[in-house]
Design a protein around this ligand. Sequence first.
Ligand code: NAD
Length: 259
Amino acid sequence: DMNLVAGKNILVMGVANDRSIAWAIAQSLASHGARLVFTYESERVEERVRKLADTIPNSVILPCNVTSDEDIEKLAGALKEQFGVLHGIVHSIAFARTEELEGLFVNTSRGGFALAHDISAYSLVAVAQKLYPLMTEGGSIMTMTYLGAERAMKNYNVMGIAKAALEASVRYLANDLGQYNIRVNAISAGPIRTLAAKGIKDFNSILKTVEEKAPLRRTTETAEVGDTALFLPSIPRDYRRSDLCRRRVPHCRRLILQL
Ligand code: NAD
């Protein structure tokens, strides 16, 4: 029952424009009655995010650059004040320098490696750390990953290593936070033409390969990721105790769904 997100307070991090995966997820959540809080990276994207948020009634926007602990702490304070309880977090954030998303992975710099991991993997830990105390009614934390975490893929390079760290972080966070009835999951989306994807060299050839080889012979649409994301915060509290569900989705708190 997707209406289980109705009235829930869900934080959506990572909207940059209307092509962002986070935006598609926000639309799915909003259409089922969730109350949304958007964060934006910097003043550079603030106006765009505000315009998008204005189309969703009762939504709020707050600043948060995930490289700043201070920003994350301020966010936690603002959420506590304005909402009290938080039910969900959508983490849809990644970054690597464009020069590290082409050519040979062996040439990755120390700084580029650290930056990609800080923004794309550690940020999930930092956000979970500061916000899980607000999830007093249980909750769902989800992040976005990619197949490049598991396989060496051309040009994905350091981002693949960061996604592997992100996926391992999902498992460790799920293990820590399960006792508070908080689930932590990742969705592995297929390649989608977004702002972040533009940084990956020869992205078109990745799309083309999917069009040739994927079972549906087409690429993933953001709306499909949005609808997939919807079921995660919709799982009722006693889901884990249901035999039927356990058989369908084993280890559901550490699920990595591949699209
Ligand atoms: P996007 O560019 O729309 O979103 C990336 C977001 O990260 C932007 O909103 C940007 O503002 C934010 N961000 C970057 N640095 C930040 C910082 N320091 N602080 C706060 N926010 C910061 O692109 P997208 O494709 O929607 O990416 C969202 C997520 O989906 C990423 O984790 C990406 O790796 C993942 N993903 C994308 C694809 C794809 O093909 N597009 C496939 C699988 C997974």
